[in-house]
Write a protein that binds this ligand. Structure first.
Ligand code: KIV
Length: 289
């Protein structure tokens, strides 16, 4: 278990012992060789410095997902998320991590207009946060943009299948690929993003056999979420995985029940404040004797 010393002037937290080199996009890409990934890639979302510190030793990649719109800001979808939000949280996660590659989501409206718009947004995100990669949603329609970015020094993670920024065209957050035509489209999207040079591809909310087939077909590692255990890695929204919400998608496994534990701790604090049993001598300053 690491401990941290925080430099309050820079907010930089130095772990002790200091871990080795940070993961890179080529190192993640190289985890899949000859269509196989011996060691599955571990990815979780992080939006804050402290959460990044706690997750970093266990993850290959930390994703500053635009899911922060719902998780942190209580927005109804990812659509209203701004560049300012992504840059502020991205910088905090980079400051709180040492080992994992940090990737930041490109918010809706910051990249779809043209490759040039995408380059301006992605380069701003990288300059302001210090992250090593960006993620953007879309398959064939985004292939030219992914190629443009990767040829200009920006490692890109693709995101296909259920793409939450397209909720208004998809009509909801249901699993994708139930119909044959849609299943074929997801596979063509995966191939297009792979050929365009994405160093890995998030496949979200698709029928299990599509995710397995995509994983076997493309050369880049496939990171599943609501996909298949056969993917080259997995990602979850950390707050979902920790049990912070009562309602989560079917594909979420709760590894803890933090909502109950926080509720219990808040209730215990409130009771002690009301009965004046907190603070005690241990938590108060008294003249030295
Ligand atoms: O925004 C996000 O958190 C994501 C993951 C769910 C993959 O895109």
């Amino acid at each position: 278990m690491s401990t941290f010393t925080i430099d309050t002037s820079t907010s930089r937290a130095t772990p002790s012992p200091v871990p080795g080199k940070r993961m890179t996009a080529p190192a993640i890409r190289a985890r899949k060789a000859h269509a196989k990934t011996e060691q599955p890639i571990v990815m979780l979302t992080a939006y804050t410095m402290r959460m990044a510190q706690l997750l970093d030793p266990h993850c290959d990649m930390l994703l500053v997902g635009d899911s922060l719109g719902q998780v942190i800001y209580g927005l109804p979808s990812t659509i209203p998320v701004t560049m300012e939000m992504m840059c502020a949280h991205g910088a905090a996660v980079v400051r709180g991590s040492w080992h994992a590659l940090v990737a930041v989501d490109m918010p809706f409206g910051s990249y779809e207009g043209s490759s040039e718009q995408a380059f301006a947004s992605a380069s701003r995100i990288m300059k302001e946060t210090g992250c090593a990669a960006v993620k953007l949603e879309g398959g064939e329609a985004m292939a030219a943009t992914i190629e443009f970015l990767t040829h200009r020094g920006i490692p890109v993670i693709g995101h296909i299948g259920l793409t939450p920024q397209a909720v208004n065209t998809l009509g909801g957050y249901g699993a994708r690929g139930r119909e044959e035509a849609e299943a074929k489209k997801i596979i063509s999207d995966a191939k297009a993003v792979d050929e365009a040079g994405a160093f890995c591809i998030v496949v979200e909310g698709v029928m299990e056999q599509i995710a397995t087939s995509v994983t076997q077909t493309v050369s880049a590692p496939v990171i599943g979420i609501g996909a298949s255990a056969q993917c080259d890695g997995q990602v979850l929204v950390t707050e979902d995985m920790l049990g912070m919400f009562e309602r989560t998608p079917r594909f979420v496994k709760r590894f803890d029940d933090l909502a109950s534990r926080i509720t219990e701790a808040a209730a215990a604090y409130a009771a002690e404040v009301r009965e004046r049993s907190f603070p005690t001598a241990e938590q108060t300053y008294r003249p030295k004797t």
